[in-house]
Design a protein around this ligand. Structure first.
Ligand code: XBP
Ligand code: MG
Length: 253
């Protein structure tokens, strides 16, 4: 048994797209549509309990703006979301959000080591394309054998559907892979598909529960910028390399 593939979440894991991309795009979309809604960073932190942009808008209306009346909430949420996606892609085109520490390096090392790579996310496919193309170049989209995104599956994270879908498309079993996540909804989703997970936290997820995580780190680290081990076995590694992933795999998978 050997490690064969790495499966990456996108939002919050590859980049801090929630704060610097999605939240900004939501607020610009509200403004452009003449809505007087403004989501603060604090409110967005709470709204992130619900994955998927359209569901998040409806959750906001139900829990935080119940006096707002409209005779077609689903239609309105869909229109706002379509505009928000356009704005988000434009922000990515301007280079609004860099990749998190260690992400690009690990992609290169994994490819050099012959590991297969895939993406499993609840975000809209256009958002994934825009982030990858603008940070790594359009050809980097081909580094991922499968990109599982948005509503290719009926149920978004924390349901495990997207991870099951990716594993099936890659013709792999969970025991052959490691998942990378940043949130409790993400690890619940990965665990539903029996995947072992490496967590890198961010400002929105540092207080989340990560039951069953192989390790919890502040980020993947770089040679000159070691990661901080938040939870997990002591290691000589100071940044996440393929060798470190193999070490984790041998212990946990
Ligand atoms: C990502 C999400 C998404 C994005 C917005 O979760 O929850 O809803 O915030 O994307 P994960 P859309 O990182 O677990 O995949 O607006 O395109 O839905
Ligand atoms: Mg995430």
């Amino acid at each position: 048994m050997a490690l064969q593939a790495l499966i990456f979440d996108v939002d919050g894991t590859l980049a801090n797209t929630e704060r610097d991309g999605h939240l900004v795009a939501f607020n610009l979309a509200f403004e452009e549509m003449g809505l007087d809604w403004v989501w603060s960073n604090e409110l967005y932190h709470k709204l992130l309990d619900v994955t998927g942009g359209q569901l998040r808008i409806k959750y906001y209306l139900k829990e935080y703006n119940s006096e707002f009346q409209h005779d077609d909430i689903d239609g309105l949420a869909a229109s706002i979301h379509a505009l928000k996606t356009k704005i988000y892609v434009r922000l990515m085109d301007k280079g609004a959000v860099p990749l998190r520490p260690g992400v690009e390096r690990l992609f290169h090392e994994a490819r050099a080591a012959g590991l297969r790579m895939a993406i499993a996310t609840t975000t809209t496919p256009a958002n994934v394309d825009a982030l990858i193309a603008n940070t790594l170049g359009r050809e980097a989209l081909d580094w991922f054998e499968v990109i599982g995104a948005g509503n290719v599956v009926p149920k978004l994270k924390p349901a495990g559907d997207i991870y099951h879908w990716v594993l099936e498309k890659m013709n792999l079993e969970a025991k052959d892979c490691i998942a990378f996540e940043d949130s409790c909804n993400g690890i619940i989703s990965a665990a539903d598909a029996n995947l072992k997970t490496l967590i890198t936290i961010n400002e929105y997820t540092e207080s989340h529960q990560f039951d069953g995580a192989m390790v919890i780190l502040n980020n993947l680290g770089e040679p000159n910028k070691p990661f901080i081990l938040i939870e997990g076995d002591d290691t000589d590694a100071t940044y996440v390399t393929v060798d470190y992933l193999k070490e984790l795999y041998a212990k946990h998978c």
